[in-house]
Ligand binder design. Structure first.
Ligand code: IMP
Ligand code: MG
Length: 187
């Protein structure tokens, strides 16, 4: 991968709006799970910043675990089978799990995770996504908590990357690849 990635960034959601929305999501989550112990499951890598902010707004007992998935394919969207790159470290049997995801696009990742977590014996699975792009859904899935509904644009920052860049931006931005009318999808 070349070190320079020609493209431009346009702020989509500033840090202050993200902060406010994460607090609101945390309030809804703690209301729904009142006093119950939950496992927050961070889908690596894109969700690590979101998880870190969310967990600090949640009172009570939470377990944290991580998994990573990847998908391969040749089209503009990943179209190959979804593969588990790293599984959780703890047992999920009988646990209430809240999946913390960065972006839901086609919905294939969330559908895969639901099947995987059911096999692991999770008692209940809820999904919390920072971003939802409902216009590109190809698999019907339901989301329990959504930060922002956004149009079909390629977004970076606040944990999200393009070719491993921009994860450290404190805000969300649309990435436009140079010489491309629409932003590209690398993963
Ligand atoms: P899905 O399986 O098509 O729903 O894709 C979800 C995954 O694709 C996300 O977890 C991200 O890793 C990646 N993805 C989708 N859209 C974007 C984006 O705009 N920026 C960065 N990653 C994205
Ligand atoms: Mg993700």
């Amino acid at each position: 991968m070349p070190s320079s990635l020609p493209g431009t960034l346009r702020v989509l959601i500033p840090a202050s709006r993200i902060r406010k929305r994460v607090r609101e999501l945390a309030r809804s989550i703690s209301r729904d799970f009142q006093g119950q112990e939950i496992t927050l499951l961070c889908v690596l890598k894109g969700s690590f910043v979101f998880l870190a902010d969310l967990v600090r707004e949640l009172p009570g007992l939470v377990h944290i675990d991580f998994l990573a998935v990847s998908s391969y394919g040749s089209g503009v969207r990943p179209s190959g089978p979804i593969r588990l790159v790293k599984d959780v470290a703890s047992s999920l049997r009988g646990r209430k799990v809240l999946v913390v995801e960065d972006v839901v696009d086609t919905g294939r990742t969330v559908a895969f995770l639901r099947r995987h977590l059911a096999r692991k014996g999770a008692r209940a699975v809820r999904i919390c996504a920072l971003l939802d792009k409902p216009s590109v859904r190809s698999v019907p899935i339901s989301l329990d908590y959504v930060g922002f509904r956004i149009p079909d644009r390629f977004v970076v920052g606040y944990g999200l990357d393009v070719a491993e860049r921009y994860r450290n931006l404190p805000y969300l931005a649309v990435f436009h690849r140079k010489n491309s009318a629409k932003a590209d999808r690398p993963n």
